[in-house]
Ligand binder design. Sequence first.
Ligand SMILES: Cc1ncc(COP(=O)(O)O)c(C=O)c1O
Length: 426
Amino acid sequence: MNDRADIPGPRSRALAERLRRVESPGVTTLTDDWPIFWERGQGAHIWDVDGHRYIDLGAAFGVMAIGHGNARVARAVASQAATLLHGMGDVHPAAVKVALLEALAEVTPAGLDLAILGQNGSDAVEAALKCAALVTGRPGVVAFSGGYHGLSGMALSVTSRRDFRDPFLPHLAGPVTFLDFPQTVDTAEQVLADLDRRLRRRDSGMPPTGAVLVEPIQGRGGVRVAPAGFLTGLRRLCDAHGLMLIADEIFTGCGRTGRWFAVEHDDVVPDLLCVGKALGGGMPLSACVGGLTSLGRWPKADGEALHTSTFLGHPGACAAGLAALEELHERDLVARAATLGRVALDRLSRLDVVDVRGRGLFLGVALESGDRAFRVVSAALREGVILLPCGAAGETLSISPPLVIDDADLSAAFDILDACLRSERP
Ligand SMILES: Cc1ncc(COP(=O)(O)O)c(C=O)c1O
């Protein structure tokens, strides 16, 4: 094990130099202090190429809910790779696609038994937006400030951050209406009343709108939880005006918030549910899930699929997803997210910070500024904890560890976070 003062270590620095020469500069941030290059993962632990060990408080963008190096997933992928690694997703599909879709239908809310598979979260969002436009005949979408739904074409059109959108504005002419994402019950009522008014009035300036797209907890937007009654209110408005409610659960789904899907906390069933990240157990897999009144109303494929891609239902990803769902069930990880989440929230709430919020093992620690959050993130990395900032100004620390993290590791990581908050003053 090398000295922690030397993070990133010499091997990481050398790889950064090599990467600089072969990857577009727009992808990986490369500075003297960033990044470390990962070599191995096990449970909630990561080892970098210089032999430093870290506790992963982010589960690699929320993906590794079942932990890094999961043996069941590794076996499933190896076995699938040895038998059939690629099928013809929408033509002659691999058998494992059926098993994965059946397992997914077991955990999604009642009535949401159909799906279109994809590889990334953005794919699931695109399929959902297409579905709403196809079924309602109205292409307009209501989305929310702070919302993040991916960076591909249609997904970017409903993602609110200006820095992502501005360079591509001419391509984003999509009929999207952005509303404020409320943070209190009172403002939620105002947003709902405003939306109701706009949907009633023909002269409101809103394009013909067929869908409302919402994250039950905004992830990259700063771990902002929809206030009580907001999702229920959106459901009511969608029913009243014939709109589809699309829940983007790409971050919150598969148990992260202590329920299989975060909409369950509010007893809301959306028309469409977007799932990704943790679904594939580390392999690229996503799904747009719906029921007979949404996905069921697509025209029947007749020699051509209206929406597909080369790798749809990729056998390796489906096998990994199936294993990940089994792992979540068998180890009761959804309940664990709820229990450990309460412990974590209690511990974090004792920190001297601007705000602590979230649900289950999806928590945000808000600081005074993005500058301080970045200093804390960098200091934590040097001390052996991986976490990322989120929020409009990068001011919030995003905490979404693997659901398998043990109490001791979580507590050790929080001790380090506490120390870094003290050393990196406002
Ligand atoms: C809520 C949400 N939706 C969609 C996406 C986009 O997913 P992907 O990056 O896999 O395309 C993300 C990614 O962070 C997300 O958090």
